[in-house]
Design a protein around this ligand. Structure first.
Ligand code: AMP
Ligand code: ZN
Length: 137
C-alpha cells in the first residue's frame, strides 16, 4: 500500500484528526477510533512500514519503548486490571491497516469484548520435531 492512501500516514501528516496521546520524532500514539476498551491505544512509527518484517530494528526498538512507557502510563491513570499488547501482521492475522502498529488493549477480569483463545491441546512430540526440522533446515 502507498503511504499517500494510508490512514495512519494521514494521521501522522495531520490530514485527518486523531486523539494523540504522545508524540516524538519517530513515533505517534493515538486513541483507537473503534476501541475494544476505554484507553485502547495505537502506537505507530511515523514512517510507513507495512509490517514487522519491513520495519528497521532501530525504529522497532524506539516504538516498543514508547509502547512500554504508554502501557505503564495508561495502567497508572485508567482503571483497568491488565492489558494486551497486540501486533497483527498480514490480512490472515487480522491486520486491517497496512502500516505497522502496536495495540495497547486495556483488560479487566469481567470483560468480554476481546478474546484471545489459546488451545490447551498438547502437541504430539513427532509433530513438533517435524516442524522444528523445517524451521531449522
Ligand atoms: P489492525 O487490525 O491491527 O490493522 O488494527 C487497526 C486498528 O486501527 C483498528 O483497531 C481500528 O479501529 C484502528 N483505526 C482505524 N482507523 C482509525 C482512525 N482513523 N483513528 C484511530 N484508529 C483507527
Ligand atoms: Zn502509513
Amino acid at each position: 500500500m502507498l503511504a499517500e492512501n494510508c490512514i495512519f500516514c494521514k494521521i501522522v501528516r495531520n490530514d485527518i484528526p486523531s486523539k494523540i496521546i504522545y508524540e516524538n520524532d519517530e513515533t505517534l500514539a493515538f486513541l483507537d477510533i473503534f476501541p475494544i476498551a476505554e484507553g485502547h491505544t495505537i502506537v505507530v512509527p511515523k514512517k510507513h512500514y507495512e509490517n514487522i518484517e519491513a520495519i528497521p530494528d532501530e525504529i522497532l526498538i524506539s516504538v516498543i519503548k514508547i509502547v512500554k512507557k504508554l502501557a505503564t502510563l495508561l495502567h497508572d491513570k485508567l482503571n483497568f486490571e491488565g492489558y494486551n499488547i497486540l501486533q497483527n501482521n498480514f490480512k490472515a492475522a487480522g491486520q486491517v491497516v497496512q502500516h505497522f502498529h502496536f495495540h495497547i488493549i486495556p483488560r479487566n477480569f469481567n470483560d468480554s469484548r476481546f478474546r484471545l483463545a489459546i488451545p490447551r491441546e498438547q502437541a504430539i512430540e513427532e509433530d513438533l520435531d517435524q516442524i522444528l526440522k523445517i524451521i531449522k533446515g
